[in-house]
Design a protein around this ligand. Structure first.
Ligand code: ARG
Length: 647
């Protein structure tokens, strides 16, 4: 990153004697901060209005033709003036500035354009010096910005959270992608991030699974392909359990009928008894009870399932650049935590008995929240009970400032209940720090071999599709070094970008052809844009071997063309896009920017050739493209993509 001294001397060169810096701004990290502060200083002097008021009214523009920043004059809250007149007055009296043009007036809006030459010579070195950190701001996560020794804020991002022995469905896919992005986002803002995977690994179904493994399992297959094998076992044993259930139902009906007719039903009764006492369901219940009681053999088998599954999950997550700090799960929630919560809820009158079960009636807070069961008649805990205990345990362990649950909107009610219950039982401090980041559904997600079951299947399939697309251009294909690996990376980008393109809450169609296309706003398009910028640098170096390594000292006054200026304006706004993304917590905020910026870069190629231009022009243009590649790279990594150098 540039030091404040370097920024100061860069500003001197363009004619500004001091570094404009309003409170909580970062001129060395964000060019827009310089401009906002500078305009604020000038306007405060000129109008006598308080600097903090002015600063807040300087907003981004939706269209570049409105300026780089604009001010809604009515927001200055000056009484007794005609706002249109005042806007004109503000613009007319705006003093000469070395870095900002004469303001333009549009109704009650005043628009400010940055002077291109100054902007270019400030921003490009800033990007080239900051490199992979350009746009990010580690100060934002400081507990106390004026005292770094006070430490960083802490956030838990809980995401993905699949269920062992069950398919990895679209909800888990989206949670993985969005959660990975959110972890990076907070890290970029200097927070301490704890990535947590809360596995669905507890409940009677794990008794079912163990019983099934006894019948159908194979140790060898378990070692080889734990996730797939456990799923197969689960499907087989569930079928038996289902059939037994049906048989029991039929028997009951038959017994009732026989009795009504006064006939002997003892044979049927014996059969029913056999199912009820020895069937899969009862065996599973017994088994799960042994797990709950902490019986070592039962727990040992279950732990093996869990451990082997985690090994496999880790490999798959690594392909998406995701690593967890903690694999927790429903099984890890301590009985004591749940007992304590139950006691508090009872003492405070939050919970009540209802036909042997324990419930919390949340309708008194809001009808929509309904009544939540927290303990079943047989005394066992539920999904919700475990979440109440887990949240408290995490708070004790991490003292987080924020905890994000990345879970599909199908579970809106569950999380709303969780948060409300915590509040009601006197844990408002925790509840206030919790946030549910939800998202819509993926429609029609299937692989070409059938309905998608596991993340690996999806990624493999999309990689194969991408490989086909790449092969359709033979010339190019031959130049790619490791086509399999590239296809894999492009496929992953395709899935991720399609997922992050719209607002989180929207549903979308899983459309393999669409997402794998190089045209339109797709993952492969972004990768292509990145690889192309990379190839410009490679070709220039090949053509002119003695090019300087450090391009930050290029003569930027040579970048006069409108196309160059437009690209620089885009690049200058990346740190602000990052800030905005922290507010929206939407990956689409980043993506829309990256597409816009890439389009602008791509339309400049014909106008700003590198190889073949005069040496100094060539160096300046190369600096521009290198800066563009850096920003694209930073944005892609924030999203969790792996930018490719060649394709
Ligand atoms: N395993 C759950 C499911 O697949 C998601 C867990 C979400 N997180 C939570 N703390 N409840 O539906």
């Amino acid at each position: 990153t540039l030091s404040i001294d370097e920024i100061s001397s860069a500003l001197k060169k363009v004619g500004l004697d001091s570094v404009p810096q309003e409170p909580n701004t970062y001129p060395a990290l964000n060019p827009f901060d310089i401009y906002r502060s500078h305009i604020t200083e000038l306007l405060a002097k000129q109008t006598g209005i308080d600097a903090s008021t002015i600063y807040k009214t300087l907003a981004w523009t939706a269209k570049p033709e409105n300026g780089d920043l604009q001010m809604a004059v009515p927001a200055l809250r000056i009484k007794g003036k005609d706002m249109k007149e005042f806007a004109k007055e503000v613009a007319e009296n705006f003093p000469e500035s070395p870095i900002v043009e004469r303001p333009v007036v549009n109704g009650t809006w005043v628009g400010f354009f940055f002077k291109p030459a100054a902007l270019t010579s400030l921003v490009l070195p800033q990007i080239l010096k900051a490199g992979p950190s350009y746009g990010f701001n580690p100060n934002l996560g400081l507990k106390d910005p004026s005292d770094p020794s006070a430490g960083r804020k802490k956030v838990i991002v809980e995401f993905s959270s699949p269920n062992i022995a069950k398919p990895f469905h679209a909800g888990h896919l989206r949670s993985t992608i969005i959660g990975g992005f959110l972890g990076n986002l907070y890290e970029g803002a200097g927070w301490e991030v704890i990535r947590m995977n809360y596995l669905g690994d507890w409940g009677k179904q794990y008794g079912v699974l163990a019983v099934g493994f006894d019948k159908f399992g194979s140790e060898a297959e378990l070692e080889q392909n734990p996730i797939g094998h456990l799923y197969d076992v689960y499907v087989k044993i569930s079928k038996i359990s289902h059939d037994e259930g049906e048989a029991a139902k039929a028997l009951k009906a038959e017994i009732a009928k026989l009795k009504e007719e006064g006939k002997d039903a003892s044979a049927q009764e014996a059969e029913l008894k056999k199912i009820e006492e020895e069937g899969v369901d009862q065996q599973a219940r017994n088994y799960f009870k042994r797990m709950v009681d902490g019986e070592p053999t039962a727990l040992g088998i279950w732990k093996k399932f869990r451990d082997l599954s985690i090994v496999k999950y880790k490999e798959t997550y690594a392909r998406l650049n995701i690593r967890y700090d903690e694999y927790s799960g429903e099984s890890q929630v301590k009985d004591e935590s749940m007992d304590e919560a139950a006691r508090i809820m009872q003492e405070k009158g939050v919970s009540e008995d209802s036909e042997g079960a324990v419930i919390v009636d949340l309708t008194k807070y809001s009808k929509k929240l309904g009544k939540a069961i927290i303990k079943k008649k047989d005394g066992t805990s539920l999904y919700l009970t475990r979440d109440i205990g887990a949240a408290w345990e995490r708070y004790q362990k991490y003292h987080f400032d924020k905890m994000i649950y990345v879970v599909a909107s199908q579970q809106d009610l569950h999380l709303a209940q969780l948060f409300k219950i915590q509040e009601a039982m006197g844990r408002k401090e925790v509840a206030d720090k919790c946030q549910h980041i939800n998202f819509g559904m993926v429609l029609g997600m299937s692989t070409r071999k059938g309905t998608a079951k596991f993340l690996d299947d999806i990624l493999r399939d999309v990689g194969e599709k991408m490989h086909e697309v790449m092969r359709s251009n033979e010339d190019k294909y031959r130049q790619v070094e490791d086509p399999e690996k590239t296809a894999d990376t492009l496929g992953i980008s395709a899935v991720m970008v399609q997922d992050m393109k719209g607002k989180r809450i929207n549903n979308y169609n899983f459309d393999m052809d669409r997402m794998c296309s190089f045209e339109g706003d797709t993952g492969p398009y972004l990768q292509y844009a990145h690889a192309r910028l990379n190839s410009i640098e490679r070709k220039a170096k090949a053509a002119v071997p003695d090019l300087p390594e450090d391009l930050s000292t290029a003569d930027f006054s040579l970048l006069k063309e409108q196309h160059a200026v437009e690209v620089v304006r885009q690049l200058a706004s990346w740190p602000d896009v990052f800030l905005n993304t922290i507010k929206t917590q939407e990956p689409t905020t980043v993506l829309m920017y990256l597409f816009k910026m890439s389009h602008m870069v791509s339309s400049s190629y014909d106008h700003l050739q590198v190889v073949g231009s005069d040496r100094e022009v060539m160096i300046a243009r190369l600096a521009l493209y290198k800066a563009a590649k850096q920003v694209l790279n930073n944005g892609m990594r924030l999203l969790g993509l792996s930018p490719v150098e060649r394709m």
